[in-house]
Design a protein around this ligand. Structure first.
Ligand code: NCD
Length: 335
């Protein structure tokens, strides 16, 4: 995929290395606008349909802000119960209707495959904001963009790196999509650390092994997190059949500064797609890490806006016109 204009972004399987490079190059260009050094109005008059039929804070607001930063308007719906889907409307009909109100749609839904089904009824590009436990392509792109930036800063490369992924690897769509993107690089070591019942799906492990990567599957942090990148995830309690079952796993893997000092390298980069579960029985990423310079979680959030701006500019065919529509920022800005 090299021409993004008018196309849906549903799965990372659509993106080869050239496509990824194009997205990252476009994201780099977005920095002055995201930092409020300049404004751009390139999408003045365009409308984003920001359709979130499942809980979300940062992904939804990040898509919305990214579109606003390009000068566009945002129409939003949140939750299933307040939508026509609760009245039995098909995804196809909902898509036909909503796409007549918007120029591009960002969509999240609890069922695997739902965003693809929705896209078949849409007359405008649809970007997958997460479909059940299946995929989360924009998160994977911002994670990969962050990994590249963090490693480049310490003169390392994605090829030959060691990444440890920890937590609910069965239901975590962010680790599914990120693994598939990373499979395109060379000689990576993956430590996949989870309770046995929450292991990475076999299909994804096979993708990694068939691409020649080394995969270690374990339920122990000890000896496995002296990695270049340590990517933690939340137990996805909304995907379990009961809360009791989810509670069995909450709090099994925790990271705090003491564990970091004992088991990680001095420059292991700590990542998490957020939200981190900070309730005391989970506390998966302790706040005592907030002062650790290798904690990249808030840099991931900032990079997410750049990536989503890039995807809007590319799918709407304006990536080469962004700076032609510039103006000054006239208000106070701390960024
Ligand atoms: C993730 C998601 O929704 O899959 N959050 C996000 O989009 N940043 C991870 C999670 O909810 O645990």
């Amino acid at each position: 995929m090299t021409d993004f204009t008018g196309n849906h972004i549903l799965s990372v399987n659509q993106l080869d290395r050239d496509a990824i490079a194009k997205i990252f190059e476009t994201a780099n260009m977005m920095l002055p606008y995201a930092q409020r050094k300049k404004r751009t109005h390139v999408l003045d008059g365009a409308i984003l349909g920001n359709m979130f039929f499942e809980a979300s804070t940062r992904t939804r607001v990040s898509f919305g802000s990214a579109f606003n930063l390009l000068g566009g308007f945002v129409r939003e719906t949140t939750g299933m119960s307040s939508s026509a889907l609760a009245k039995g409307e098909s995804l196809y009909d909902t898509a036909r209707v909503l796409s007549s109100y918007a120029d591009v749609i960002a969509m999240r839904h609890p069922q695997s495959g739902s965003v693809k089904e929705f896209s078949e009824g849409s007359m405008v590009p649809v970007i997958n904001g997460g479909d059940g436990a299946n995929e989360h392509p924009t998160q994977a792109l911002l994670d990969l963009y962050t990994i590249e930036k963090e490693l480049t800063a310490s003169l390392q490369t994605i090829d030959k790196m060691h990444i440890a992924m920890v937590g609910d690897l069965k239901h975590g769509r962010t680790v599914h999509s990120l693994s598939k993107l990373l499979a395109q690089y060379k000689n990576i070591t993956f430590s996949l650390i989870s309770p046995k019942a929450l292991a990475m799906p076999d299909e994804i492990v096979s993708v990694l092994e068939n691409a020649g990567h080394k995969v270690i599957i374990t339920d122990s942090i000890e000896g496995n997190v002296d990695a270049d990148i340590l990517y933690l995830t939340r137990i996805q309690e909304e995907r379990f059949t009961s809360q009791e079952e989810a509670d069995l796993y909450r709090g099994q893997f925790r990271l705090n500064q003491q564990i970091y000092t004992k088991h990680c390298k001095s420059n292991t980069v700590i990542m998490h797609p957020l939200p981190r579960d900070s309730r005391s029985d989970a506390n998966e990423l302790d706040t005592d890490l907030n002062l650790n310079p290798n904690l990249a979680i808030f840099r991931q959030v900032e990079n997410g806006v750049l990536i989503r701006m890039a995807l809007f500019a590319l799918t709407l065919g304006v990536s080469d016109q962004v700076s032609k529509h510039e103006s000054d920022v006239h208000w106070f800005s701390r960024k």
